[in-house]
Design a binder for this molecule. Sequence first.
Ligand code: TYD
Length: 229
Amino acid sequence: MTRAPHGGFFITFEGGEGAGKSSQVKRLAEHLRRLGASVILTREPGGSPGAELLRELLLSGTVREFGPAAEAMIFSAARIDHLDQTIRPALARGDVVICDRFIDSTRAYQGASGQLEAGFIDRLERIVIGDTRPDLTFILDLPPEIGMARAGLRRGSDQIDRFEAEDLSFHQQLRNTFRRIAEQEPDRCRLINASSSEAEVEASIWSALLPALPRMGLNAETQSAEHKL
Ligand code: TYD
């Protein structure tokens, strides 16, 4: 891992449906705050007022009919606003930014259509994020059968969104792509087994994060004994 060209530290969480990202994101933020970090929690699509408007269009399926290239570009438009309004200002202040989904979701979900020309997503990604790459990415990995069952239970099957409604082979392909990204970018990515209990997943994430604490200007020893994992 090389140091990002900004003062703060940028962490992203990725994975398929029902991997438990949103609760792990909150747990990690709590741990870091206890060590004295100033932490911003955010998510994609969304994370700024403009991007939240686009989120509605993306998750309702309204954008789907324009095709995968347009859909990838609207996710990217939301990301540009999110970076400008939320992520870069926070990093410039020296905050730790924890984002629930980012570039790897575009690579996996929009790439999974198989209909985009080779290199399209890479080029778009370079234009959209520039130098603002995550310092560390946790990829929460679990079999899609388990993840989809968890997501369905959480929301109820009448409330599933545009991507939860895709079939099992789509979700299997997502998993394969996320795993491939983790393999190809070992400096940035940590593959976390998300099939186990929330507490076990939390502990795996924390131990994978420990080596990066000094780069956030933090020291694990300042954590009180009762909160140690
Ligand atoms: P959300 O309700 O935030 O889901 P989750 O709890 O699964 O994170 O929905 C976000 C959905 O948008 C999710 O199905 C993944 C999809 N997505 C993309 O397809 N491309 C992207 O670039 C991003 C950020 C998300």
